[in-house]
Structures are given as C-alpha cells and as structure tokens.
Design a protein around this ligand. Structure first.
Ligand code: NAP
Length: 257
C-alpha cells in the first residue's frame, strides 16, 4: 500500500505502460484516474481496476486539447479535491529521417508528446501548488540520450520532455512538488508492436536487432516501467528531484561490445 489514498491521474492509461501503471497504482492503494483518447481501452482499464476492489474513474480527453484537459483536471478536483500524482504518459511514435517526415506528421508527434505533457501539468500545477504537495512524472525515453536511426521527430519530443522536466523541477521545488522523468528503452507494448510492423519487413528479426543495443537479453515489459513509476509516485523517492530514471536494459550506460 505504497500509494494509499493518493489521487493519481495517468494519461494514456488505456494501453501499454499507462495501463500497467494504473493497475499497479491501484494495487498499491491509489485512487486512479485513467485518461485516454480511446474510450474502450480506458473503460477496460477501469473495469480491471474495479475488479481488484479499488476505485477508479475514466476520463476521455485528448491531451493536446486545452479545453478537454482543463475540464479533465477540474473534474478530478471537483470529485477528489486534489491530485497527488500526475503521470504524463500518453505518447505516440514517429518514424523517419527528418527529410522524409511530412509537416503534419511532425506536428502530430510534437503535439501529443510535448503539448501532452505541458497541458495536464499546466492545469494540475495550481492545485498542487496550493497544497504544497505533488509528484509529476513525465514520460521521456532513452532516445533522449542516444542517437537512433529514423526517429527524428520522436527523439526531438523525448529530449524536450527531459529538458522540460528539469526546468519544471526548478520552478516548482519551492512548492514541494517533485518532477521526474522516466527514460524507458524498448518496452514490448502495442506501441512497439505497431512500430515494428510499420518500420521493418521482418518484425522478429527487428526484435533481435533491438536486443543487440541493450545489455538485457529481453525486451522490457510494461510492468518494468510501472514499477519505476510507482517509486517516483511514492514518498520513497522524496529526495529525487528533476531526475531521469532509466529503465532501459542497459542501453544508455552499457556497452555490449
Ligand atoms: P501505447 O501502448 O500506445 O499506449 C499509449 C496510450 O496513449 C494509448 O492508449 C493511446 O491511445 C493513448 N494516447 C495517444 N494519443 C493520446 C492523446 N492525444 N490523448 C490521450 N491519450 C492518447 O504506448 P506505450 O508503449 O505504453 O507508451 C506510453 C509512453 O511511453 C509514450 O509516451 C511512449 O512514447 C513512451 N515510451 C514507450 C517506449 C516503448 O518502448 N514502448 C519506450 C520509451 C518511451 P491510442 O491507442 O488510441 O493511440
């Protein structure tokens, strides 16, 4: 019960890492607010949490839409009067070298992955500042630290999220609000399955190729990242501020020569 009674809002919690985190937070005693753009998936996450005997609420909102995000935050405040943890997890993939990326695809990735961190934070922060409490977890990626082929737009967004995290931490430390970033490596989720299918002729070969850039013999699982998110959400990480937390099977710091 490491999150007992905490009100935790997770964006993009209908699938993958967000869903796994929602279930783990619920098992650890949190009241989880599940956000997603996909209603069926969001409802499914809430159903699974409810089956655990824990309270959860689904709010459909597009994290790039300022009005919807503002309403979502107000809805949480009206119902629970606070937000203890905000996990800005929603994100989409972007594939291609820079010259191949169409402007509308570039904008979409930038919007979801950066504006999708800015907006929920913007509207949640004043409530955290009033209470002088809160933990914000921003989803970056180990791609923020390394060069990877054909990922220009995506890498741009995850680097930006890491910079934003540090900047936010400085501004909100006086309010006792912690802001940290998660930097996963390749985690086997629907997002990665889709990326493998659309980017490689042979997805199985691609998985083997991806494994060669990490030290672990396995790809990550959503639960691996959920456990790291749990640590950042809980008071156990109270001395972590503005930190990047790597969950990458040794991609960034390992040398698999
Ligand atoms: P996922 O399985 O695709 O889950 C992401 C969820 O976010 C989906 O349910 C998606 O809905 C939702 N979403 C997309 N756009 C949204 C929007 N505008 N508003 C609200 N929800 C939206 O992906 P994942 O692998 O769990 O990734 C979660 C986060 O981790 C992302 O930020 C990703 O960049 C990051 N990450 C993932 C990996 C990895 O290897 N998987 C590695 C590093 C970082 P739809 O399905 O309808 O699009």
């Amino acid at each position: 019960m490491r999150l007992k009674g905490k009100i935790c809002l997770i964006t993009g919690a209908g699938s993958g890492i967000g869903k796994s985190t929602a279930l783990l937070f619920a098992k650890e005693g949190a009241v989880v607010v599940v956000n997603d753009i996909n209603e069926n998936d969001g409802d499914q996450t809430v159903d699974e949490i409810t089956q655990l005997g824990t309270e959860a609420l689904f709010i459909k909102a597009d994290v790039t839409d300022s009005c919807s995000v503002k309403e979502m935050i107000q809805h949480v405040i009206d119902k629970y009067s606070r937000i203890d943890v905000l996990f800005n997890n929603a994100g989409i993939s972007g594939v291609g070298q820079l010259h191949e990326i169409e402007p509308e695809d570039w904008d979409r990735v930038i919007n979801v992955n950066i504006k999708g961190v800015y907006l929920p934070s913007k509207y949640a922060l004043p409530h955290m500042m009033k209470r002088k409490r809160g933990s914000i977890i921003n989803m970056s990626s180990c791609i923020a630290e390394i060069g990877l082929a054909r990922r220009a737009s995506y890498a741009t967004t995850k680097g930006a999220v890491l910079s934003l995290t540090k900047s936010m931490q400085v501004d909100y430390a006086p309010y006792n609000i912690r802001v940290n970033a998660l930097l996963p490596g390749t985690i086997f989720t629907p997002f990665v399955e889709n990326y493998l299918k659309t980017s490689y002729d042979n997805p199985d070969e691609a998985i083997e190729q991806i494994k060669t850039r990490q030290l672990s013999g396995e790809l990550g699982r959503p639960e691996d990242v959920a456990n790291a998110a749990l640590f950042l959400a809980s008071d156990e990480s109270k001395f972590m501020m503005g930190s990047p937390l790597y969950v990458d099977g040794g991609v960034v710091f390992g040398k698999n020569a």
